[in-house]
Design a protein around this ligand. Structure first.
Ligand code: TUI
Length: 312
């Protein structure tokens, strides 16, 4: 295993984080990833605060290894969740879809390690100044809400701009992607799309099937006019959203179509009206495995490709 500052910082075996995917990343998935030596992450997302509290408690029942909670800053109850995690003794927080600056003092005073997700050098630098312990640096290959820059361009630029360790996300699905991220200056990786098809991931089987069948060109970015671009798999919903964009429809129209759409895909398995968030690497994801199998395979692949570059 190559040494990683992320393993030292988080006290985990492998520098592999599981993305805090809204409606998806629950105690079942997070505990499985943590038990396999990675860092499992529970999604706060738009869930009621008490539901997230319960997910934290269930995770603690299933694993004694470190895990994190992701706080989606666009959510209405982000503030409540930000305080609840302190009461529950959560040790690591990741944030997404915004600037967590106003919570940094609170979390640091509770001894929490904070790892904001950033899509740009400017935000990365600001987060380092605010006292972030590490960063998830996410390229636009990722599923869900994304920034503008690709992982390939973003990681080395952030690596040069900050001194804290960085975790690459977006477009990583196997050991080759992991090795590439390390070459670009990351000390860890975060994966979402691959974990969608983990045996311990409890999303609707239709969602998993759609990811397993996806080809390289099957994702599309929707919702740009709203200021919150979201990468999803092509389906009738994505076509409707693109149509709204062409018509320069008012923002309410996007909201109307998008409301409840992620839940519809994840819980009901509605592949027509549901929002099937997934990254560009979906085309590479071809088999359902346990989290442990995924992580062990990725680490083996990474070691194999890295050894291939050393002199005999
Ligand atoms: O957050 C994500 N991915 C997500 S959140 C989500 S739920 C959602 N659904 C519909 C619309 C919006 C959200 C689904 N997927 N990834 C991390 C991430 N953070 N990507 C981009 C950002 C980001 C963007 C702007 C982080 C900070 C930021 O700062 C802006 C500012 O305020 O400076």
């Amino acid at each position: 295993m190559i040494p990683s500052k992320i393993c030292d910082l988080l006290q985990i075996r492998y520098p592999i984080l599981q993305g805090g995917m809204a409606w998806i990343a629950n105690h079942s998935l997070a505990a499985a990833v943590s038990n396999a030596g990675g860092l499992g992450i529970i999604a706060g997302a738009n869930a009621p605060t008490e539901v997230v509290r319960e997910e934290i408690r269930k995770t603690k029942e299933r694993t004694t290894s470190p895990f994190a909670v992701n706080i989606m800053l666009l959510s209405e109850n982000a503030d409540e969740i930000a305080h609840m995690v302190c009461e529950e003794g959560v040790k690591v927080i990741t944030t997404g879809a915004g600037n967590p600056g106003k919570y940094m003092d609170l979390w640091k005073s509770h001894g929490i390690q904070v790892i904001p997700v950033v899509p740009s050098v400017a935000l990365a630098k600001r987060m380092e100044r605010y006292g972030a312990d590490a960063l998830v640096v996410e390229g636009s290959e990722a599923g869900g809400h994304i920034g503008e820059l690709t992982t390939m361009a973003l990681i080395p630029q952030v690596a040069d701009a900050v001194s804290i360790p960085i975790i690459a996300a977006g477009g990583i699905g196997d050991g080759r992607g992991m090795a590439a991220a390390f070459m670009l200056g990351a000390q860890g990786v975060q994966l979402g799309t691959r974990f969608l098809v983990a045996k311990e991931c409890t999303i609707h089987p239709n969602y998993k099937e759609k990811v397993l069948r996806a080809k390289d060109i099957d994702t599309v970015v929707t919702g740009r006019p709203t200021g919150h671009p979201v990468r999803i798999l092509r389906n009738p919903l994505s076509r409707q959203l693109i149509e709204l964009e062409k018509l320069q429809a008012p923002l309410d129209a996007f909201e109307e179509v998008g409301k409840g759409a992620l839940r519809a895909a994840v819980v009901d398995g509605d592949m027509e009206r549901g929002s099937i968030m997934a990254g560009q690497i979906a085309g590479l994801i071809s088999k359902e495995q346990t989290c442990e199998e995924m992580i062990e395979e990725m680490v083996r692949e990474m070691e194999h490709v890295i050894q291939g570059f050393s002199r005999p």
